[in-house]
Design a protein around this ligand. Structure first.
Ligand code: ADP
Length: 293
């Protein structure tokens, strides 16, 4: 009996954490378990390559889900290049706290957190090793007053480094990845690594989104495929995961980001906003159907 207790390592019935001993979870553990349980679905947005539009896609997924009536949070863990605050016009905003909890900044009902809100100067570089990033991720998940959420969209930095790994280890409950690519082989080659990362860590993939897929002429509507076609579809097929759809290159995407409002809010009736909602609809449906809703 004593020996069993000393060497005990078991799966917690509440949180799937492997506990090293039979001691009860601490108050902090219980708080974290409760917080994770109040966020139904965590969507981790990944890409092997920078500049493919991962943050743009994260923002537009979050706001499309919110516009469809869901309770949504948006967590920016791109510590070295947080662009979400710029895209939402809240760069340099400061959080407040209430009852030891950090209050996220709300934009059109979406609760947002980013390292940018904690920097003395938004232009300062964040120079952190892995354990510090892991600590910040844990704190964002644990100490931010997210409240009850249907979806928490998490924007990762490019690649398969500390941040996505920490998220896979720390986030409890339903978590899935959305992988963003552009059609070119150079991007696809790196994004293939993200899909391999998901497979190795048993992180379910909701699907692949191909961004910057063809340019629709604003005058005549004709689509020019500036890059190759079908890279995202091919990636999804090879990895045996769903292909969620294409988002065209559209100058209004960059304009609205620069102006601090997601395209789906600024130009909700545009063909590109429709492309975003077409991509997001099956994500919401899949996850909510899975709840038996
Ligand atoms: P990442 O997060 O992958 O580094 P971003 O989302 O920051 O990429 O996007 C990089 C740049 O490309 C931004 O200026 C953004 O506005 C622009 N962009 C992203 N997607 C599109 C698109 N579909 N059409 C036009 N510009 C886009």
């Amino acid at each position: 009996m004593t020996e069993e207790k000393n060497s005990c390592s078991h799966d917690c019935a509440h949180c799937s954490v492997k506990h090293d001993s039979c001691s009860d979870p601490s108050e902090r553990d219980l708080k974290f378990i409760a917080q994770m349980a109040s966020i139904k679905h965590k969507i981790i947005v990944l890409s092997g390559k920078g500049g493919v539009g991962k943050s743009t896609v994260s923002v537009n997924i979050a706001f499309s889900l919110a516009m469809a009536g869901h309770r949504v949070g948006l967590m920016d863990v791109d510590f070295h290049g947080p662009s979400i605050p710029t895209m939402l016009g809240i760069k340099g905003a400061r959080t407040e706290s209430d009852n030891n909890a950090i209050l996220p900044i709300e934009v059109a009902g979406v609760k947002v957190i980013s390292v940018d809100f904690f920097l003395d100067n938004s232009d300062n570089a964040v120079i952190w090793r892995g354990p510090m990033k892991q600590g910040a991720i844990k704190q964002f998940l644990e100490d931010v007053a997210w409240g009850e959420l249907d979806f928490l969209v998490i924007d990762c930095p490019p690649g398969t480094g500390d941040e996505p790994l920490a998220l896979c280890q720390i986030v409890k409950g339903d978590k899935r990845a959305v992988v963003v690519t552009t059609p070119q082989e150079v991007a696809a080659a790196d994004v293939r690594k993200s899909l391999d990362f998901c497979a190795k860590l048993a992180l379910p993939v909701l699907g692949v989104i191909e961004n910057m897929s063809g340019f629709a002429c604003p005058h005549c509507g004709a689509v020019t495929y500036i890059f190759k076609q079908g890279g995202g579809e091919k990636l999804a097929e090879q990895a045996h995961v769903p292909f969620l759809g294409r988002i065209p290159i559209d100058p209004t995407v960059a304009d609205s980001s620069d102006a601090g409002l997601p395209l789906v809010c600024k130009y909700p009736d545009s063909p590109t906003a429709k492309a975003f909602t077409d991509v997001v609809r099956p994500i919401g449906k899949l996850l909510l159907d899975g709840e038996g809703a």
